[in-house]
Design a protein around this ligand. Structure first.
Ligand code: HEC
Length: 159
């Protein structure tokens, strides 16, 4: 009986670890709220890195803000060529002329989401996490599409 109890508790323990590990690895779906939760709580983007050729606060071009910072997660950083790995996320903080944070725009690479345009899920967020635009907005895709051979990424050059 004792052995059985020990065996059962070991199983429960192992199962618990497996569930915990998969939950912390789990990526959000192509959904603006789930993605916001992920980039602000599960894996806060401010703790991510920058592309080696695009670090910290830099001057931006229209239609994005005057200044910006582009944070990238490990899946993006570990991609040595275009297209980047699935699960890659880029978070762009858009600042106005006086360097006040205004808008957050995100690109998230989701397998099978939109194969015609690089499988990117696009979102434009207000600072409170409300998504003003999301999904496959033509505007985002058409402009970034000039860079389709660089996986729609504008601030980093894949060799
Ligand atoms: C008219 C062109 C244009 C449109 C429309 C546009 N972008 Fe961009 N985007 C750029 C440029 C240029 C950059 C490079 C940074 C800069 O100069 O501000 C950029 C950079 C970014 C980045 C940083 C990652 C990268 O390297 O590409 C993200 C994320 C992003 N845009 C998201 C979006 C989203 C989401 C939308 C739609 C809501 C959008 N963009 C619409 C031109 C555009």
């Amino acid at each position: 009986m004792k052995k059985l109890i020990i065996a059962v508790s070991c199983l429960v323990f192992a199962f618990g670890i497996a569930v915990y590990a998969s939950a912390s690895d789990e990526m959000p779906g192509a959904n603006p709220q789930a993605l916001w939760n992920y980039i602000t709580k599960v894996s806060p983007y401010t703790s991510w890195g920058f592309w080696p050729d695009h670090k910290g606060m830099l001057k931006g071009r229209a239609p994005h803000g005057s200044w910006h910072k582009v944070y990238v997660n490990d899946k993006a950083l570990n991609s040595s060529h275009a297209p980047v790995q699935y699960g890659a996320i880029e978070v762009k903080e858009n600042y106005n002329r006086s360097k006040k944070l205004k808008v957050i725009t995100v690109m998230y690479k989701v397998k099978g989401y939109n194969p015609a345009a690089g499988d990117w899920f696009w979102v434009k967020y207000r600072l409170n996490g409300k998504a003003d635009k999301f999904g496959k907005p033509k505007g985002c895709i058409n402009c970034h599409g000039i860079r389709a051979n660089n996986d729609y990424i504008t601030v980093h050059e894949f060799k």
